[in-house]
Structures are given as structure tokens and as C-alpha cells.
Design a protein around this ligand. Structure first.
Ligand code: UDP
Length: 236
């Protein structure tokens, strides 16, 4: 399937049309951003690593019964995906308190949460992706109904169960992650976008070392080395 005109360019990916209006090509870029593009960088090969990692994780989730937009991975940086209408809600799922949760509520960094926490953020860069509740989602018409919100929460938790177990077997703690969903032409809610160390936090269970985008955000070392380690453990 050939790439045609560029449809959209985001922080981490470019989307291209194809000859089939129901299919797009997603190209993973090497760019890194943090704090809503407050810090920018690029790491050669990062896009290809995320493409590989996301391909593996989407396959794992499909096997676990989660429907996704991924049709097939074309090469190092490109995936053929179903065209969906992205629901403008970032679904964040947390097992351990860190990042914005600790800042917002003063919870001690690294605290194990008593249950899996699911949060919604409004996907709007100009507003810095603010946290929102169910009523905001309905009021702003971000979803059709409350049952869609329940479905997003259920899917977030289910994805967490599958991934948390998978990474624990590889001595990586899945601290938190962000997922996005889209609606296809038939109205199905599909897992979309990507799942990678750009969108998840992974802490080594033995050394506590961080193996995700915080390495870039907090200048902790080489991003690519960490992402390669995540891929190596996934493929184990
Ligand atoms: N996250 C993301 N994109 C965003 C915001 C957050 O992928 O625009 C991910 C982030 O990598 C982490 C989780 O969502 O795994 C929770 O992020 P948090 O709210 O703690 O914000 P942060 O500290 O990353 O700014």
C-alpha cells in the first residue's frame, strides 16, 4: 500500500492517506517532546524502535481480545492502520504514583496505588491537555454517551492487566501509561495511536532504573539505549 498525501503531522508521527479511504499509513518519527513541547529533541532510530515496540504490544493486546487500528507493520517506521476518528480523550492508567499525579495531589513519588486509577485528559495542546471528569466529557461532546466512557475505562483496565503481567515477567514495572482510542466506520471503538516508552513509564523491578521518556525529560541518560532494552525484553 503506497503512501499518498500527508494528512496530519503530530509530535511523534505523520499520517498519510492511501488509495483506500479506510486505510492510512502511520510513520513513526525520531522526534521527542516533553512537557507539551517545552523540551524538544530527536534521537535517530527512536521512531523505528517505537514502531517495533508498539507493533509487538498491539499484537499482544489483540491476542488478549482488544481490538486495535493496526492492520500490519509495513517496514521499520511505517504501519498500515484503519482510518478512525480519534476520540479526543487521553486515557491514563496508573499503578504507581509519579509524574503529574504526585504534583497535583502531593502523593509521595513511587507510592503503589490501592487500585488501578484511570484518568481522562482532554487532548488539546493549546490547553495543555487538562484533566477532565466524566461530566466534562459528556458536556463537551467528546463521546456519544456515558456507556462509551465506561467502555474506555474498561478497555484501559483490561490493557493494564495484560501489559502489567507481560512486563512483570520481564522484570519491568508498568508504572503508568496513556492510550488513545478511535471510532471506525462501523462505530467500533479501536485502540489507536501507539504504545511505547514515549507513552508508558517502565521501571526496572531490580534496579529501579527508568526505561522510558523520563530519561529524556529528566536528562538521565541515553534514550535509545533504554528503548532498545525495552524492545529486547519484549522479544524475550
Ligand atoms: N502521557 C503521554 N502523553 C501525554 C501525557 C502523558 O503519553 O501527553 C503518559 C506519560 O508518558 C505517562 C502517563 O501518560 O506514562 C502519565 O503522565 P503524567 O500525567 O504523569 O504526566 P507527565 O508527568 O508525563 O507530564
Amino acid at each position: 500500500m503506497e503512501k499518498q498525501s500527508l494528512l496530519y503531522e503530530g509530535k511523534a508521527k505523520r499520517l498519510y492517506e492511501t488509495e483506500d479511504e479506510n486505510l492510512l499509513v502511520a510513520e513513526f518519527k525520531d522526534d521527542l517532546t516533553a512537557g507539551n513541547a517545552a523540551k524538544k529533541g530527536s534521537e535517530e532510530g527512536k521512531g523505528a524502535l517505537n514502531c517495533k515496540i508498539s507493533t509487538q504490544l498491539f499484537a499482544l493486546l489483540e491476542k488478549g481480545g482488544i481490538k486495535t487500528h493496526l492492520v500490519k507493520t509495513l517496514d521499520d517506521n511505517n504501519q498500515l492502520i484503519k482510518a478512525v476518528k480519534i476520540i479526543p480523550i487521553e486515557v491514563v492508567v496508573r499503578n504507581i504514583a509519579t509524574g503529574s499525579l504526585t504534583k497535583r495531589l502531593g502523593i509521595k513519588d513511587g507510592t503503589e496505588l490501592p487500585f488501578t486509577l484511570v484518568e481522562f485528559y482532554y487532548k488539546d495542546d493549546s490547553l495543555n491537555d487538562p484533566i477532565i471528569n466524566d461530566q466534562h466529557c459528556i458536556m463537551m461532546d467528546l463521546v456519544k454517551s456515558e456507556s462509551d466512557l465506561e467502555e474506555l475505562k474498561r478497555l484501559g483496565r483490561e490493557i493494564n492487566v495484560i501489559m502489567k503481567r507481560f512486563f512483570a515477567e520481564r522484570r519491568l514495572s508498568l508504572v503508568d501509561f496513556k492510550v488513545e482510542f478511535g471510532v471506525d466506520a462501523e462505530g467500533n471503538i479501536l485502540l489507536s495511536d501507539e504504545i511505547s516508552p514515549d507513552s508508558c513509564r517502565f521501571w526496572d523491578m531490580d534496579t529501579n532504573e527508568k526505561l522510558d521518556k523520563d530519561i529524556f525529560r529528566q536528562d538521565l541518560g541515553n534514550v535509545k539505549v533504554a528503548y532498545e532494552e525495552v524492545l529486547r525484553r519484549i522479544l524475550k
